[in-house]
Design a protein around this ligand. Structure first.
Ligand code: NDP
Length: 490
């Protein structure tokens, strides 16, 4: 028996033009509590017609509503700030709902994700009044200046691993720049995005500015990508889905930004503080039960540090016991779905088959009556670069420890991946640290730390981890376009 919850789970409806609606075809899908395997509620299964309705509302709101053309940037800023305030005020309730829908530990939702989501709206509330063009000293008797204008209707597709936080990362900068939005949340975790829409309305966001359509990626998501009245698509998800979206977006030449998968190297040099490195390697892979795109899933350990580090790592992993995510003490919940759990268990099987040494974990874990989708924190040692578990994104609590000799070999092998989202470096040698920061081909490099995020610091991938930078001032480039204006002064 898992902990009871106070949150009232309502069926999920589409949120279009300020109104809640059933899907036009009346279809629904179940959303499941991954800690128990039980159906939480039914959610509207939006399809092409619903996307069209939402895009039309967003288009009208952009072309003739108050948000983009009539409201001052200062007024938009005030609404964004209020959204941040409401997210903080409802952090407990929303955090609990997120836990029920995703299996993320409630304490992490309430203390980390919700405050970060609220701060994201506060951060971009600050930017709303600071988005402007330049005057440019051109040749001849001309005044030349630029206008920095919103892109238009933004289609945003979010994943299931940080549902409300990823919605905030996308919606807040888009709104700060004066755009309108149609958001399609992941089908495993649609509930908090719908709450966010209601809360934006409560904060005074005009109708049609933010619309949320729940439904399958292959139908509702694809319809959003193809819709001719959508100007921009922003996606966080897997690399194959990113590739498909990019191909489809070519039909209407939409602007695209993609935050995709990773297989991030976390490199521990022999001179590192091994207690700190073990702590960083542990959170690097096991935070959010490994369902994090920046997971430091390839742990490169320099000869000399290996044995001591392994002892510390295994000790930490064994103390991380999967548990009821509604328990405030829980730090390790269930995987998001049965399918995801089975994928992870298959990868563990592959690791064993291909000769990696399983040193801890490796099984489904039993919590409560055993129907939840829990996997033990798992560590493989003696992994080599060619093994499947060293190459493919597992998106689960499976660490591959890869021994190496010397910094040159470390750099070369760390970069031997199609991905380039993040990397970690552990050393006391400042020269080596900065050299690695330059040579690692990744959008984020953490030195003597791992998985730090701040709404002010840009985030995104190199190589097949995608392109475009979310967060910070960089995100304003995703959601604005520049117009050059010439005036003859002769
Ligand atoms: P997907 O990439 O399939 O899903 C991400 C989002 O894209 C969801 O909202 C999904 O909708 C939507 N989507 C899926 N297919 C399409 C499509 N053809 N057109 C438009 N939108 C689409 O990730 P999964 O949820 O299936 O997870 C699979 C793997 O992806 C994970 O195991 C992990 O490796 C990786 N992943 C990486 C993430 C990251 O942050 N880098 C985040 C999530 C997953 P729907 O949910 O309805 O399918």
């Amino acid at each position: 028996m898992l902990a009871p919850t106070k949150v009232k789970v309502e069926p999920g409806k589409l949120f279009i033009n300020g109104r809640t609606l059933d899907a036009s075809g009346g279809a629904t899908f179940d959303t499941i509590n991954p800690a128990t395997g039980e159906v939480l509620t039914q959610v509207a299964s939006g399809e092409e017609r619903d996307i069209d309705l939402a895009v039309t509302a967003a288009r009208e709101a952009f072309d003739s509503g108050p948000w983009t053309r009539k409201m001052s940037a200062a007024d938009r800023s005030r609404i964004l700030w209020k959204i941040g305030d409401l997210l903080m005020a409802r952090a407990e309730e929303l955090g609990e709902l997120e836990t029920l829908d995703s299996g993320k530990p409630v304490t992490e939702n309430v203390k980390i994700d919700l405050p970060l989501a609220a701060d994201c709206f506060h951060y971009y509330a600050g930017w709303a009044t600071k988005i402007h063009g330049e005057t440019i000293p051109v040749r001849g008797p001309f005044l030349n200046y630029t206008l920095r204008e919103p892109v238009g209707v933004c289609g945003q597709i979010t994943p299931w691993n940080f549902p409300i936080l990823m919605a905030a990362w996308k919606v807040a900068p888009a709104l700060a720049c004066g755009n309108t939005v149609v958001l399609k949340p992941a089908s495993y975790t649609p509930l908090t995005a719908l709450r966010l829409a209601a809360l934006c309305q409560e904060a005074g966001l005009p109708d049609g500015v933010l619309n949320v359509v729940t439904g399958a990626g292959s139908t509702a998501g694809m319809a959003l990508v193809r819709h001719p009245l959508v100007d921009k698509i922003a996606v966080t998800g897997s690399t194959p889905v990113g590739q498909q979206i990019m191909r489809e977006a070519a039909g209407t030449l939409k602007k695209v930004s993609l935050e995709l998968g990773g297989k991030s190297p976390n490199i521990i040099l022999a001179d590192a503080d091994l207690d700190a490195a073990a702590r960083g390697a542990h959170t690097g892979i096991f935070y959010n039960k490994g369902e994090i795109c920046t997971a430091g899933s390839r742990l490169f350990v320099e000869e000399g540090a290996h044995d001591t580090l392994m002892e510390k790592l295994i000790d930490r992993a064994r103390k991380t016991v999967p548990g009821d995510p509604l328990d405030p003490k829980c730090r390790f919940g269930p995987q998001v779905s049965e399918a995801q759990m089975n994928t992870i268990l298959r990868y563990i099987g592959k690791g064993k088959e291909e000769g990696a040494r399983l040193v801890t974990g490796g099984n489904r874990a039993k919590v409560g009556d055993g129907r939840g989708f829990f996997v033990e924190p798992t560590i493989f040692d003696a992994v080599n670069d060619d093994m499947t578990i060293a190459r493919e994104e597992i998106f689960g609590p499976v660490l591959s420890v890869i021994p190496f000799k010397g910094i040159e070999e470390g750099i070369a092998r760390a970069n031997q991946t199609i991905y380039g989202l993040a990397a970690g470096v552990w050393t006391k040698d400042i020269k080596k640290a900065h050299r690695l920061a330059r040579e690692l081909r990744a959008g984020t490099v953490w030195i003597n730390t791992y998985n730090n995020f701040d709404n002010a610091s840009p985030f995104g991938g190199y190589k097949m981890s995608g392109f475009g930078r979310e967060l910070g001032a960089a995100a304003l480039d995703l959601y604005t376009q520049i117009k050059s204006v010439w005036v003859d002064l002769s």
